[in-house]
Structures are given as structure tokens and as C-alpha cells.
Write a protein that binds this ligand. Structure first.
Ligand code: TYM
Length: 344
């Protein structure tokens, strides 16, 4: 059986990168797969408390990401939506994976190096071990497909390495316990569409991110129409008109980024967008992009505001989703225990 799993951290505001690189892809997969979409609150606490904002902020952000999922079109009646900390099996399997993954594998993770910065001695152990928890998130459901943005590719490769090592280390036991040759599938990343890496609006060589100090670098899902239009108007560009073909975007990161955003929002290819706007000045293109962004994002923001006033509904979605998630993760974890030889 094919199963999709993905997660989003409840830290700060969701931005256009999260929306185009991940959430719209989650929505698109609902027709073809059984999907599990998780608000990964245990990942959020890997950074300093001052970064994720403390208990009240975490609770609020967890509800906000859930609201964004629903407002964007994820159907919690047909698929599973929950927050990670409600399903203890994630942490349980993560411990096993802490003992499967090698230090050397984690030492290569570029996101750890970026997030830990210069003072690596001060980073939490959780931030270092984070990719093991991410592997557990996916594999505790034996998920086969994982839609993510480009920046998660290396973590997905690690998850595959962990699955593979577990399968080989315990091959005999796996055959005895489950009768299978491989216990964990090697999860496949789905990194698709024209906006797998949305860049900062201020610098086309930097990823759009929650942690950029400039709010003008990103469009937040909750920005109002005026703010969106102003951020696009002020977005960095070069002086040339838009090229007619995709090759022409190659040396122009800011242009490539805006065209990619347009294509993703309009559900068209970049080539198609350039066929329309090739030769146009940025002033013209930016107006069209601002209109399109507002048309697509405003309804989501307003639905999120409506859901914000109904935390009881959000919490009930998460509670029900957590129950459904446990029904899948529980039996997998019991198998894992038998495979390892833990008495239960
Ligand atoms: P997070 O919370 O940083 O981001 C959520 C999703 O948004 C994507 N994304 C982007 N896509 C395109 N352009 C950007 N500028 C951009 N910024 C973020 C991310 O690739 C991600 O898909 N470790 C994950 C969360 C996670 C997870 C998992 C994902 C935890 N467990 C299991 C998949 C499966 C993270 O920090 O994503």
C-alpha cells in the first residue's frame, strides 16, 4: 500500500515557500494516496526557547498550522491530520533510530550546520538528532512517499539510509517476526512543481525562510492584500525585461524566483508563463504577480482567521487524527519491539 506522510513545524509564520513547496503539494496528493499530515511540534522545540517562543506561542502556532492545512484544502475527514507529540510512537521509534544512525551520517547534515551556526557546542542534542526523529515520523507509518521542498532532500536520504540499515541489521529477525524481507520501505521524496525552493524576495540566492530578520524577504500566509502587493513591488529584480524562454532565467535568480512563484500559484509551467510575459518589464509582471498572489492567498488567510476563532474545532481535529495515527503506529511499533527483542 502506498502512503504519504509529511510534516510542518509550528514555528513562527508560515510563508509562501511552505505553501508552494509543501502544502499545495499535500493537497494535490489527496486524490491518489492515503495521506498523513503532521504538525511536528516535537521538532519545533529543538531550537532555543526564544526561537520558538515558549509554551503559549507553541500552542498557538500548532493550531495555526493546522488551520493553514485545512484552509488550503486538506480534508481531515478523508486523511489524517494531527500533532506529533500526541502520538508517543514517534519518540519511541526515534530512540531506536538514534541507535541505528551513525554519528558520521548526522555530521554531514547541512541544515544542522546552518541552524547550529558558529556555536555548535551550544546547540541542543535534539537539533543534532532531529533527522532521526524525522525518519521515525515517516517510518512509524511505513510511509512510501514524502512530499517536501528541496531543502529536506538530504534528510530524506538519511531516512532511507536508516530504513536500509535497520532492514539489514535485523534481517533474520524481520523474517521471523513479520515474514517479510524488508520491514521498512525506503521512503521516496516527492520534490515536485515549479516552486520546490522559493527564494527570499530580497536576495535570490537565499531561501525564503521563517528566520530571515527582514519580513520583506517573505510573504506570510496571513499577510493582508496591501502587504502582499507592497512586498512584491519592493522585491529585488534586475533591470532587464523578462526573457521569453527558461534558459534566459538561468543567470537571473530573482527573475527565476518570481516566475517560479507565478507558475506555482497559477498552476502553470514556467515556460508557459514566459510565453505570456517574455519581453515584459518587471513593473508589469509584478502587478500581475501581486494580483494573482492576493487572489490565491486572501481566501486562505480569511479561512484561517475564521478557524482561529474556533480552537475547539481545531483541537478536535487533532485529537481524532492522533487516534487514527496511533492505530497505525501502534502495531508497527509492536513489530519493531519484537524484531529488536524487547520483551513486551
Ligand atoms: P519546515 O517546517 O521547515 O518546512 C515545511 C515544508 O516547507 C518546505 N519549505 C520550502 N519549500 C520551498 N521553498 C522554501 N523556501 C521552503 N521553506 C520550507 C519544506 O521543505 C517542508 O517540506 N524537517 C521538516 C519537517 C518534518 C518532516 C518530517 C517533513 C518533520 N518530520 C517528516 C517530512 C517528513 C521541516 O523542518 O520542515
Amino acid at each position: 500500500p502506498q502512503r504519504v506522510f509529511s510534516g510542518v513545524q509550528p514555528t513562527g509564520n508560515l510563508h509562501l515557500g511552505n505553501y508552494l513547496g509543501a502544502i499545495t503539494r499535500f493537497v494535490a496528493l489527496q486524490d491518489d494516496y492515503d495521506c498523513i499530515y503532521c504538525v511536528v511540534d516535537m521538532h519545533a522545540i529543538t531550537q532555543a526557547v526564544s526561537v520558538w517562543g515558549g509554551p503559549e506561542e507553541l500552542t498557538k502556532s500548532t493550531r495555526e498550522v493546522t488551520a493553514a492545512f485545512i484552509a488550503s484544502g486538506i480534508d481531515p475527514e478523508k486523511h489524517i491530520v494531527f500533532n506529533q507529540s500526541q502520538v508517543a510512537e514517534h519518540a519511541e521509534l526515534a530512540w531506536v533510530f538514534n541507535c541505528v544512525a551513525r554519528m558520521g551520517w548526522l555530521n554531514r547534515m547541512t541544515q544542522f550546520k546552518e541552524k547550529a551556526g558558529k556555536h555548535r557546542e551550544n546547540a541542543s542534542v535534539g537539533l543534532f538528532a532531529y533527522p532521526n526523529l524525522m525518519a521515525a515520523d515517516i517510518l512509524v507509518y511505513r510511509a512510501t512517499h514524502v512530499p517536501v521542498g528541496e531543502d529536506q532532500k538530504q534528510h530524506l536520504e538519511l531516512a532511507r539510509d536508516i530504513a536500509q540499515k535497520f532492514n539489514t541489521d535485523f534481517a533474520d529477525s524481520i523474517r521471523r517476526v513479520s515474514g517479510e524481507d524488508e520491514f521498512f520501505p525506503l521512503p521516496e521524496p516527492l520534490i515536485q512543481g515549479p516552486a520546490t525552493r522559493v527564494m527570499s524576495l530580497r536576495d535570490g540566492t537565499k531561501k525564503m525562510s521563517k528566520s530571515d530578520p527582514s519580513d520583506y524577504s517573505r510573504i506570510n500566509l496571513t499577510d493582508d492584500a496591501d502587504t502582499i502587493a507592497q512586498k512584491i513591488r519592493k522585491a529585488k529584480t534586475d533591470p532587464e525585461p523578462l526573457p521569453g524562454e527558461e534558459d534566459g532565467l538561468e543567470p537571473r535568480p530573482e527573475a527565476a524566483n518570481l516566475v517560479g512563484i507565478y507558475a506555482a500559484l497559477a498552476d502553470r509551467s514556467k515556460a508557459d508563463v514566459l510565453a505570456e510575459f517574455g519581453g515584459a518589464q518587471f513593473s508589469t509582471f509584478k502587478t500581475a504577480l501581486a494580483d494573482l498572489s492576493v487572489a490565491k492567498l486572501a481566501p486562505i488567510a480569511s479561512e484561517m482567521r475564521r478557524l482561529r476563532d474556533d480552537p475547539g474545532y481545531i483541537d478536535s481535529v487533532l485529537e481524532r487524527g492522533a487516534g487514527q495515527a496511533r492505530d497505525i503506529a501502534g502495531p508497527v511499533m509492536r513489530n519493531v519491539k519484537d524484531i529488536i527483542g524487547f520483551l513486551r
